[in-house]
Design a protein. Sequence first.
Length: 301
Amino acid sequence: MATPRASVVVPCYRPGRLIDGCIAGLLAQDLAEPYEVIVVESSGDGTAERLQEAYPRVRVIAPAQRTLPAAAQNLGVAAAAGAFIAITNHDCLVPPDWLRRLLARHDTGEYAAVGGAILNGTPGSLIGTAAYWSEFNEFTSGRPAGPVPGVPQCNVCFRRRVLTGTAPFPAVRFGAEELTFNYELTRAGGVFFFDPAIRVTHLNRTTFAAFLAHQRTLGAGSAMARRLVPLAGTVATRRRVLIPFLVPLRIGRVLGRIARRHPRELSRALLLVPLLAAGYAAWAAGFAQGSREPLDIRTPA
């Protein structure tokens, strides 16, 4: 097999059948150059074996114990042969032009990473749509192209040479790894480029309990990241009296971005405000937790 130009890494744990749609899309890329797909699957329940049998073109790495996303990505990067490392999640659907567009954008400049838009894969679910706007409102198809401080690691492609060391992604608290990594790479001079034409579709959580639990996890990670690196909002980790005010602030930001970039969606988004408020209340509870718990002393990348 020819040396791949790009390697795609998919970290997952108990992905169920969602990952089949992701893998099918990855194997159907219209890229003329060779590429490889690496899945790091740590469920230990037979999923890794099923995937290897069903998709022989995919390299499946099966750690003996549960591996969180950053550690799984590090395993995938270590095994990858490509000069570019793309990452997506098991709950994302990728179009046939995904890799081609990522590499084409890389060819236009010396970017450390190129990322793109996240589309709502659960538009028929009120909870799923609230989850989508809560988590991905900064990275929709309405955002203009250009340099950004970071992009989600479900739609991103890195130059291999910027992923330095044996563990380029930081082994910090789940939910904090992406924010700390993006900050550190940007501080080192790396440029993230956002291209709204590069798209993946995210299949969001559609049950209320799962939505709230995930928002709490994101909130705890957000607080921990702000204790590790100086991101905006760090003051709230020290002055916890400010944390309740983050709920209306975040709702206002979401609605403002929708009004500017997706005005036709605004009326429906206004109907979701009670769900957004519940989600961000859970996020704020997680933020309070993350600001109190012992500092994660594992060093960011």
